[in-house]
Ligand binder design. Structure first.
Ligand SMILES: [Zn+2]
Length: 193
């Protein structure tokens, strides 16, 4: 149920990545339709009639096919490139990598670090928050990286879309996503890493 699902707005532009559970709920509530690998659009009733397949969603009485891509029905307020600021999205932008020591601990051992500490007026923004492991976070304390003698892996910035869908938990990138991401990748050359 933690498999990822690509969320498209009504213009077929990627706006988010969610998990199967949430995607399925949106499908059930008719907030979204599901897309199959052949670009066919299904509402819940139609989707429920498909063969469940190997990674099915199981309810008490039956199994459903897990969607890979969903299409939002009434939701287009988030334009492309405007990735929502959230803990998960900061982790994804930073590849679940501590931006100080470059380790990739378990997600539960990752923290958000304010580069300029909050206690000194640092904002909670894409430009001032990075993914940090707990030890580095503690070591840095209420200091700037310079003061702590720590070096940032890279300067934090608002991510482009591609950063979110390339993160390394990446069982993630289903081939069904490709048609929708391809356009973006071409339009927005991404950093090599
Ligand atoms: Zn670290």
């Amino acid at each position: 149920m933690n498999e990822q699902v690509l969320v498209l707005n009504r213009n077929y532009q990627p706006v988010n990545v969610t998990n199967v559970r949430r995607a399925f709920t949106m499908l059930y509530m008719d907030l979204a339709k599901a897309l199959d690998g052949d670009f066919r659009v299904f509402d819940f009733g139609e989707w429920a009639r498909l063969e469940p397949g190997k990674d099915a969603i199981k309810s008490v009485s039956r199994a459903f096919r897990a969607p890979r891509v969903i299409l939002l029905q009434n939701y287009d307020r988030m334009p492309i490139g405007q990735v929502r600021f959230s803990r998960t999205n900061v982790f994804a932008r930073d590849n679940y990598t501590c931006q100080y020591c470059q380790r990739q601990p378990r997600t539960s051992d990752l923290n958000l670090d304010h580069v300029l500490p909050r206690s000194r007026g640092g904002a909670t923004t894409w430009e001032n928050v990075v993914c940090s492991c707990v030890p580095c976070n503690l070591k840095k304390g209420r200091r700037t990286p310079d003061e702590a003698g720590m070096k940032l892996l890279r300067h934090p910035a608002r991510p482009r879309w591609s950063a979110l869908v390339r993160h390394p938990l990446g069982t993630a990138r289903h081939s069904d996503w490709q048609p929708y991401l391809g356009i973006l990748e071409q339009a927005q050359p991404h950093n090599s890493d």
